[in-house]
Ligand binder design. Sequence first.
Ligand SMILES: [Fe+2]
Length: 211
Amino acid sequence: MNRADAFALLCEYTQSDSLRKHGLAVEAAMSGYARRFGEDEEKWGIAGLLHDFDYERWPAPADHPRRGSEILAEKGYPEDVRTAILGHADHSGVPRTTRMDHALFAVDELSGFVTAVTLVRPSKSLADVTVSSVRKKLKDRAFARNVSRDDITRGAAELGLELDAHIANVIAALQGAAKELGLDGSLAAGTGAGPGGGAPGAGGGAGDGAG
Ligand SMILES: [Fe+2]
């Protein structure tokens, strides 16, 4: 098991750019927590990178993430990585017992949510995302309503962290991967066909102050 093979596997099974980016975001958040907890950064990162790699092909709860886990077993991925991947989906019935299991569950929905918050900022830059801006959007039930607020709250609790601290950790980890995630402001800088056109100076905004 190594990072290059894991990324190749993700790309083999997942064509959607946003789903690949989701894997990369969860990888960054997992590596961040591994670093924080003194754990194996590559292993935790790979669990994040691959947690949804089978989803595009087998989205039904009866298949995902079980199918993916079977493929990982055939390829010799370690048991603890597969258990964390199975456990991130409550419907798998596989309990979360290790810190890696809890971390994967805790960062999955929140990474997606922070990405969604970033994409509605004029700058489309993670540099402008704060804990308070994420908190505000969490309260807005209409925003990214497919993201389970309950999972985010439970995830922080499983990690033994205050929600604000957990949000701050995930923002910081994703900021470290902003370029790979396409959330470094380049989307608003006019390199692509940005909808509505980027506001001048959007990249330099300090954002709203964190609470
Ligand atoms: Fe996910």
